[in-house]
Design a protein around this ligand. Structure first.
Ligand SMILES: NC(=O)c1ccc[n+]([C@@H]2O[C@H](COP(=O)([O-])OP(=O)(O)OC[C@H]3O[C@@H](n4cnc5c(N)ncnc54)[C@H](OP(=O)(O)O)[C@@H]3O)[C@@H](O)[C@H]2O)c1
Length: 253
């Protein structure tokens, strides 16, 4: 893979599995140093080994915690800056959905968890990177928020999660308008991607959906990671406040 992110430092929340791990792999193969963050040390260690296998020369590290913790992002950003000398790319990828069913049946606890991780998490990690690295305008930065097509279209079963992703799309535009000229902020809205989080969905109707999609297949993590590489790289230096839909055409059917 061509080197697009040489000497950049990237921090990826939810980077131990699924879309986040794929982004970390692609970034490392493209020349970046990567830090993956999630809750479980064992899976973080496995993730780092998998990244090193693909990109043996990359500087790879991990941090442990819950992406919905309000103060931890500031500690993590400080420690990343200490270890790597800076931070160039923040990928707000960690997301959660503890509720499936009629939107009206969700509990306050489930709503709070969704908002804390999916919306406030994006805010707190971005605030931490802004305060710790970007506020003085001396360093360029790129923030990539992983939203969802659910944040654009109304869909069954995961209604409040979809509301949180609509908030992420709007937050992306709001932050982009405030963090220029040195920091760009963009979102990616994936359609159905084959990961653990969406397993119940693609196992039950993935084949049926694939038949209807213009691209005739459901998504792979690499589809999203390629978009994340584009947005983080100088190829997208005039792109900010955008929501790049990566869904194989699902919004067209
Ligand atoms: N898969 C899809 O079809 C799809 C579609 C649209 C959008 N998305 C979005 O894409 C993002 C990644 O999803 P995915 O499908 O790759 O999920 P996944 O395969 O389940 O991976 C989730 C990753 O996030 C970590 N994580 C989960 N909750 C966390 C928390 N509270 N704090 C820190 N880390 C946490 C997990 O590690 P630990 O469990 O060890 O913490 C793991 O590394 C999410 O924002 C999701 O909403 C996914």
């Amino acid at each position: 893979m061509e080197v697009f992110l040489d000497a950049k430092v990237a921090l990826i929340t939810g980077g131990s599995r699924g879309i986040g791990l794929e982004i970390a792999k692609v970034y490392a193969q493209s020349g970046a140093s990567v830090v993956v963050f999630s809750r479980r040390e064992e899976s973080l260690k496995r993730a780092c080994e998998a990244i090193k296998e693909l990109a043996p020369r990359a500087h790879v590290s991990y941090r442990i915690g819950n992406a919905g913790d309000s103060n931890l992002p500031f500690e993590v950003v400080d420690s990343v800056v200490s270890e790597f000398g800076g931070l160039d790319i923040l990928v707000n990828n960690a997301g959660t959905n503890p509720h499936f069913g009629s939107t009206l049946s969700i509990t306050p606890e489930q709503m709070e968890k969704i908002l804390r991780v999916n919306v406030m998490g994006v805010m707190r990690w971005t605030q931490a990177a802004w305060e710790g690295v970007w506020k003085d305008g001396l360093n360029k930065g790129s923030v990539i928020n992983i939203a969802s097509v659910g944040g654009i279209a109304v869909g069954g079963g995961i209604g409040f999660y979809n509301v949180s992703k609509a908030a992420v799309i709007h937050l992306t535009k709001q932050l982009a308008s405030e963090m220029g000229p040195t920091v760009r902020v963009n979102a990616i809205s994936p359609g159905l991607i084959k990961t653990d989080m969406a397993r119940a969905l693609w196992e039950s109707y993935g084949d049926q959906l694939a038949e209807k999609l213009p691209t005739r297949r459901i998504g792979e993590t690499l589809d999203v990671a390629k978009a994340a590489l584009f947005l983080a790289s100088s190829m997208a230096e005039w792109v900010t406040g955008e929501n790049l839909v990566v869904d194989g055409g699902s919004l067209l059917i």
